[in-house]
Design a protein around this ligand. Structure first.
Ligand code: CO8
Length: 260
């Protein structure tokens, strides 16, 4: 199988560009997440790599979020393995010592939004067709506490409360207004702007920036690291319920229908 993640590391700038290239929509499958985590870990361990830009090579989509097929009709063991990989992805990026910038060049629902929020800075293509948000409730499922915490840390309590209850997907301009993304630029400038922004972030001494990042994020990270097993159990027992499986099936059918 072809790689789902492409990494270009520029030794001279210390910046890696990671392209998600899993057609059609970069959905986060177990294979995808495993590959992504290995790539991030390699860069993390390379002391010459100081910055990471995450973007998509797929047109119109940054990431469609968790692969719904990984949560539908799968055994509890497999669901548990999958969820562990989702946790791992979040822990690796949210806690990264690198400067991380999401270059959001398309729609980014649910797990895609989580991945973007996990970065230090978000630049999105200025296109009203692209949406971003934690839309879990629209699927009849519930974003776990650490998705909620990440969003609260990004846009505040009240906005998160409403966003989660309604499963809101925001257009790019709405996302900018609530601070879910930091900047909008024309689509063809997303990556160049990310690169320019990275230069500014890298001008700050690493140790001071890293300690500041850790000071802001550590309590949120610790909450999951000390509860990983319980969180997996919780996910597995929730997702394997008949009623939840039924909701997922209906959502999948809606996705297919909408297409025709
Ligand atoms: N997983 C699996 N397959 C997907 C997904 C997905 N997340 N998203 C899209 N697909 C499939 C579609 O079904 C379609 O398949 P097919 O070609 O067989 O019909 C194909 O990908 C292409 O999709 P579209 O035709 O819809 O492509 P568009 O370019 O028109 O739209 C979008 C792209 C905007 C990404 C659109 O596909 C979309 O909205 N997808 C759904 C996204 C979504 O709702 N994701 C939520 C996943 S749940 C999650 O991430 C967090 C869960 C937290 C767990 C909590 C439980 C306790």
């Amino acid at each position: 199988t072809s790689p789902k993640i492409k990494v270009d590391f520029d030794q001279s700038t210390g910046v890696a560009i990671m392209q998600m290239q899993s057609p059609p929509v970069n959905s986060l499958s177990l294979d995808f997440l495993t590959e992504l985590c290995i790539s991030v870990e390699k860069l993390e361990m390379d002391k010459s790599c100081r910055g990471l830009i995450i973007t998509s090579s797929q047109p119109k989509v940054f990431s469609a979020g968790l692969d719904i097929m990984e949560m539908y009709g799968k055994s509890p063991e497999r669901c548990g393995e999958f969820w562990k990989a989702v946790q791992e992805m979040w822990l690796k990026i949210y806690g990264s010592n690198m400067v991380t910038i999401a270059a959001i060049n398309g729609s980014s629902p649910a797990g895609g939004c989580l991945m973007a929020m996990t970065c230090d800075y978000r630049i999105m293509a200025d296109n009203p067709r692209y949406s971003i948000g934690l839309n879990e409730t629209q699927l009849g499922i519930v974003a776990p506490f650490w998705f909620k915490d990440t969003m609260t840390n990004t846009v505040g309590h009240r906005t998160t409360e409403m966003a989660l209850e309604l499963g809101l997907l925001y257009s790019s301009s709405e996302a900018l207004k609530i601070g879910l993304v930091d900047q909008l630029v024309p689509e063809d400038q997303v990556l160049t702007t990310a690169t320019e922004t990275m230069t500014k972030w890298l001008a700050i001494p690493d140790h001071a920036r890293q300690l500041s990042k850790s000071m802001m994020r550590k309590p949120t990270i610790d909450k999951l690291t000390s509860n990983r097993e319980a969180d997996i159990k919780n996910f597995v027992s929730f997702i394997t319920k008949d009623s939840i499986q039924k909701s997922l099936r209906m959502y999948l059918e809606m996705l297919k229908k909408r297409r025709g």
